[in-house]
Design a protein around this ligand. Structure first.
Ligand code: SF4
Length: 365
């Protein structure tokens, strides 16, 4: 029998005790009740039976996909300050939403979040769904996010399985198969469900994630500080560093592009990207694929000012950057605009173009 099964209630208690003492205070969580919080905070929370706002949990979960907590915190604060409710987000201009997301990357998350907010307003009377099934109806919400919102905000007995939880469960049960394989994932989902307590489900799920983030880390897990090491099979066998097996390295293709910063006086030419695909709807300096597009004429004399690289999960980009001056550029009917560098701040730009704008600012200073 697996050790965790042998004493599941002890396991839950140890994990929850540890979480309540050591968890990080994050802006999408309630303040910690304990020696760090004030008596006023505790009595206010107890009086209101406080729960986190499910919309805030949804925003944080979408921001945290593929992104570190430390990076997300300032974005989350700015986003919630500007769009405190789903109704505020639903009514917003998409360009402003993208602008607030600028730098977090994976912009389809921002678009999905706004579509989810519209769904909440139009189909759910402005109230976030409280069940996994209802949450799964929201654009961009999958099994993990639905489980996180349902358990953390509504105390539903819904399991979660993200990268951190996967790693923790694999080590606890000494699952040596690759957790990225669908068959292994199904085993882990079932395990995550089996472990759930009857109460404090949100804290329990958060605790599993927090253990993975702080103690049971991908490399060099801190087993001696781990509250559940007595129940960990990988630790008992001394194989925790081998679990999960490393991802097989795949060569990521490199795409080469030219960014042409076309100038007239103190203004620069920008264009909007198509409404679908990568960085959809965002703005950029004129960007061409030199193999496909050749050298566009009429943009003026080119001068190379540097190279910007950008890595995504499955591809890498290398942008050679040029300033073009003295050309005759017609913008009428093209969707292109002339902007000063200060005006550029109002537009959502993909990260490589934010870097290019920084290069131009440095040149001008
Ligand atoms: Fe992870 Fe080590 Fe704790 Fe096992 S004992 S759960 S490997 S930190």
């Amino acid at each position: 029998m697996r050790p965790v099964n042998a004493s599941l209630s002890l396991f839950r208690r140890r994990l929850l005790d540890w979480y309540r003492r050591h968890r990080r205070d994050l802006p999408w969580r309630l303040p910690k009740i304990g020696h760090e919080s004030t008596a006023a905070t505790q009595s206010a929370q107890a009086a209101s039976q406080a729960r986190v706002d499910p919309y805030h949990v949804l925003v944080s979960e979408l921001m945290l996909q593929q992104t570190q907590v430390a990076t997300v915190i300032p974005y989350f604060k700015r986003f919630i300050e500007r769009f405190p409710t789903a109704a505020d987000l639903a009514a917003a201009d998409e360009q402003e939403v993208l602008r607030l997301w600028q730098g977090l990357g994976y912009y389809s998350r921002a678009r999905n979040l706004q579509r989810a907010a519209k769904h909440v307003v139009e189909k759910c009377g402005g109230q976030m769904p409280s069940t996994v099934e209802g949450l799964l109806e929201l654009p961009g919400v999958g099994r993990y996010t639905a489980g996180a919102v349902a358990s953390i905000a509504f105390e539903r007995r819904a399991p979660i399985l993200d990268g951190n939880v996967m790693r923790v469960l694999c080590r606890l049960d000494r699952v040596e198969a690759d957790p990225r394989q669908p068959a292994t994932q199904e085993v882990l989902w079932a395990r995550a469900e089996e472990m759930l307590p009857m109460a404090s489900v949100g804290d329990f799920n958060s605790a599993l994630m927090e253990l993975g983030a702080l103690i049971c880390t991908p490399r060099a897990p801190q087993c001696l500080l781990c509250p559940v090491r007595e129940q960990c099979e990988a630790f008992a066998a001394g194989v925790q560093e081998r679990i999960p097996p490393p991802r097989k390295a795949k060569a990521t293709p490199l795409f080469k592009r030219h960014i042409l910063c076309v100038r007239q006086g103190d203004r620069w030419l920008i264009e909007q990207r198509p409404a679908t695909g990568r960085w959809a709807g965002m703005w950029q300096f004129v960007t061409v694929d030199p193999e496909k597009d050749g050298s566009p004429v009429g943009l003026g004399k080119r001068r190379a000012i540097g190279t910007v690289t950008h890595g995504l999960t499955h591809r890498r980009y290398e942008f050679d950057v040029f300033v073009c001056e003295g050309g005759k550029v017609v913008t009428d009917g093209t969707g292109r605009r002339w902007l000063t560098l200060a005006e550029l701040d109002e537009y959502p730009l993909p990260r490589p173009h934010v870097k290019v704008a920084g290069m131009l600012r440095e040149m001008a200073s």
